[in-house]
Design a protein around this ligand. Structure first.
Ligand code: 5GP
Ligand code: MN
Length: 342
């Protein structure tokens, strides 16, 4: 029931590349989510178990609600520790790319990774992978990178010795990329994996509470404010949209990760096809866009066409290099283009 992702040649290549590497960097995408962090930490722990020196790196910090993950203190956030990250890249002989399939998703880290001479292995579940690695394991049908990684570890014979910490990290990725198994998760094989992770002694209820029940009071009030004051609804197109400004973030003591999940909320309105959120970036002069849909509405196509981004059918994102007011106008145009097409 657990799929073998690696062909015989790929398996041999894996063993050769990992076997020859003493010094490994494990990378996740910018704005690392539960799947990226879970995969990075699970793979890091596995490779360390083999006696490798491993440095997990992400371009910027993960949200507070992931800071409990076992091993999280090892992760180098490039934006905070540039020199350490660059040194690790210089010294490594193998790089893993997890939960992204184009170097642009590394943002300010992409140039350094491009220049890095080490060989690369990519494990990812996003559509349309770019040729960024010597060994690429890509399956857009997988619910999460952590699902792929579980299958690969299983194929490598590493299930038996899998620690509860590794299982916890993998479960976190499966849970967060499926909205706690609310979408993109209707496959028996996935729940077979969940069963095998639970058999390793994880506490799935605690993982749920750690991720979803660990916010501040002001985050809950910000959520209420956004839904009450800021939500725009387009009944003809069955689309919801809201925008969050930096001033509002300050007012509600915003911390990294506080906006997580907000974009899903308007999907609770019966008949809604699409929800769009816009958020002023606090570090760069741009607006971050998130899209979520129900059914067959292609968020990724809209993200590509209007927001310089991409993603999956039901979850995509992008950005706009303009002030938030003009970004709102662009989003309204994108929404209006839907009714024109029909
Ligand atoms: P989120 O809305 O959680 O930031 O992103 C949802 C999904 O959209 C991500 O898993 C990723 O697949 C995609 N995504 C987000 N931002 C970008 C972007 O700037 N470029 C591309 N190509 N995809 C993105
Ligand atoms: Mn993912």
């Amino acid at each position: 029931m657990i799929r073998n992702y690696l062909s015989a040649e790929q398996l041999e290549l894996w063993h050769r590349m990992v076997g020859e590497a003493g010094n490994i960097v494990v990378l996740g995408h910018s704005g690392p989510d539960g799947d990226a962090m879970g995969a990075i930490l699970a793979l890091t722990a596995y490779l360390q178990g083999l006696g490798k020196k491993v440095t997990p790196i992400t371009p910027n910090a993960c949200p507070d609600f992931l800071r409990w993950l076992p091993g999280v203190e090892q992760v180098i956030f490039f934006r905070n520790k540039q020199r350490k990250a660059l040194k690790a890249l210089e010294e490594c002989d193998l790089v893993f790319c997890l939960d992204f399939n184009g170097l642009s998703r590394l943002e300010e880290l992409s140039g350094s990774v491009e220049r890095c001479k080490a060989r690369r292995i990519m494990i990812d579940h996003h559509l349309d992978p770019e040729e960024i690695a010597d060994l690429m394991v890509s399956d857009p049908e997988a619910a999460a990178t952590c699902e792929l990684l579980f299958c690969i570890l299983h194929q490598l014979g590493a299930y038996e010795a899998m620690t509860p910490d590794i299982a916890t990290c993998l479960y976190c990725g499966l849970m967060t990329d499926t909205g706690a198994f609310a979408y993109n998760s209707n496959r028996a094989a996935l729940f077979h994996i969940v069963g095998m992770l639970i058999a390793k002694g994880i506490d799935k209820d605690k993982i749920y509470r750690n991720v979803y029940y660990s916010y501040t009071e002001s985050r809950l009030r910000l959520m209420g404010y956004l839904m009450y004051e800021k939500l725009e609804y387009f009944p003809e197109e069955h689309v919801a949209m809201f925008a969050l400004t930096e001033e509002e973030m300050k007012r509600f003591n915003f911390i990294r990760g506080d906006a997580e999940g907000f974009v899903n909320l308007p999907l609770q309105i019966k008949g809604t096809r699409l929800s769009i959120s816009l958020r002023e970036d606090t570090e760069k002069p741009l607006v971050r866009v998130s899209l979520r849909s129900v059914g067959d509405f292609p968020c990724n196509e809209m993200a590509e066409r209007f927001f310089n981004g991409g993603g999956h059918l039901n979850a995509a994102g992008g950005w706009l290099p303009k002030p938030i007011d003009s970004a709102v106008l662009t989003a309204r145009q994108a929404i209006k283009s839907l009714s024109k097409k029909e």
